[in-house]
Design a protein around this ligand. Structure first.
Ligand code: GLV
Ligand code: MN
Ligand code: MN
Length: 389
């Protein structure tokens, strides 16, 4: 099934895929998903926050829900997100072929803008659904071209006035299970279950200096925001100790000319660690280094927390129940964020992981062997049968 969407959203410049919330490729994938769901007799609706739901049988509360997302990071791989969606559809195929009928409401979901690749906030669809982000704040988020979430939703035919915490949708999720490609090399067998997700946040550092001429301005006369921005990158590496992870993957100088001293530089920091205190301490250390470097260069610094989520411990009973039903598969932690992690604060949530032989993810080299993918589909079907009977 991944072959069916292999040409959608290819990014010739970065390699891999760039599919972001409500852009052309992501809308094409939504359309494809609806067609696939309808072909299987599923009944599709979109909730108030742009998440898709495909119901097998009656809609209702306390449903067993599975699914993932179809958007990607810029230049991402083929599996992060889509594998959970295609596996859900294929699990339904297996179950329908053997005449299984869920004994409780059952739905496949596709969450909107999970990666935050367009509007900057990860897990936007599930955060909005659960009220983890303020609706007005979310609707005003802008993509790199200045288009707001509200504008992009409207252009795609969704009503932004409906966006916000959705009690009805939340009530409908009795248990959520997300299948996902593993994103490290932690899994040495085809399938495992998740135990926890690191505490994780994103911060934007805006350094302001003085735009000027690269040739005519003596270095001692400069207020160059690229200097403290560079210090921030190095401070992030220094501060990430003992299992902490701090990454600068995006820097935008304005105006961004080779012969121009930038007037401002935006730097995005992604920071993760085992708990809240450790993550906050790491970000405080990096922020302090950035402040000092900004002062030395005569620049101003504004720091904005764009998103944050504390450590997620998946529901132990559900995790053990699923692992047992699958014959005792291993449980492993992950450093990657997921909609399942957002939902875990509200409903029992679990994840199935499919082995990733290289451990590469968020890059075109992301990969899973066909045999492992097939085992993942079998495991998801068995999980649905186990929980849905
Ligand atoms: C999403 O995959 C994230 O961990 O950033
Ligand atoms: Mn991802
Ligand atoms: Mn994902």
């Amino acid at each position: 099934m991944l072959d069916q969407i292999a040409d959608v959203g290819r990014d010739p410049r970065r390699g891999g895929y760039s599919r972001h919330g409500y852009d052309k490729p992501e809308l094409e994938l939504r359309h494809w998903f609806v067609e696939q769901a309808v072909e299987r007799g599923l009944d599709v609706e979109t909730d108030r926050n742009g998440n898709l739901w495909a119901w097998w049988g009656e809609r209702g509360d306390n449903a067993l829900v599975t699914g993932s997302h179809l958007d990607s990071v810029p230049g991402g791989g083929a599996f992060d997100g889509p594998l959970g969606v295609t596996s859900s559809l294929q699990a339904v195929d297996l179950l329908q072929a053997k005449g299984f009928q869920p004994q409780r409401p059952f739905a496949i979901t596709v969450f909107a803008e999970e990666e935050g690749g367009r509007f900057g906030v990860a897990c936007l669809g599930s955060r909005l659904l659960t009220g983890a982000i303020d609706a007005r704040k979310a609707l005003n988020l802008k993509d790199p071209d200045g288009v707001t979430l509200a504008e992009s939703m409207k252009a795609a035919g969704y009503d932004p006035d409906l966006v916000g915490r959705d009690e009805r949708a939340l009530r409908r999720i009795g248990q959520f299970v997300e299948l996902h490609v593993e994103q490290g090399r932690g899994l040495t067998v085809p399938v495992g279950v998740a135990s926890s997700i690191l505490a994780h946040g994103r911060w934007r550092f805006t350094f302001s200096g003085e735009g000027n001429h690269a040739g005519a301005t003596l270095v001692e006369d400069r207020r160059d925001p690229m200097l403290p921005a560079s210090h921030l990158v190095l401070a992030a590496r220094r501060a990430a100790r003992g299992g902490g992870r701090a990454t600068v993957g995006r820097i935008v100088p304005n105006p961004g000319g080779t012969n121009v001293i930038a007037s401002t530089v935006d730097v995005w920091l992604d920071a993760r660690d085992s708990d809240d205190a450790r993550t906050r301490a790491m970000v405080a250390e990096i922020s302090e280094a950035a402040r000092r470097a900004a002062e030395e260069e005569g620049c101003e610094l504004r720091i904005t927390e764009e998103s944050y989520g504390d450590t997620v411990h998946f529901d132990a009973a559900l995790r053990d129940d699923i692992a047992g039903a699958l014959g005792g598969v291993p449980a492993l932690p992950t450093g990657a964020g997921h909609d399942a992690g957002i939902l875990a604060a509200h409903v029992p949530t679990a994840m199935l992981f499919v082995r990733n032989p290289t451990g590469v993810s968020h890059a075109p080299e992301e990969f899973a062997e066909q045999a492992d993918v097939d085992e993942g589909v079998q495991a998801l079907a068995a999980t649905i049968e186990h929980l849905g009977s």
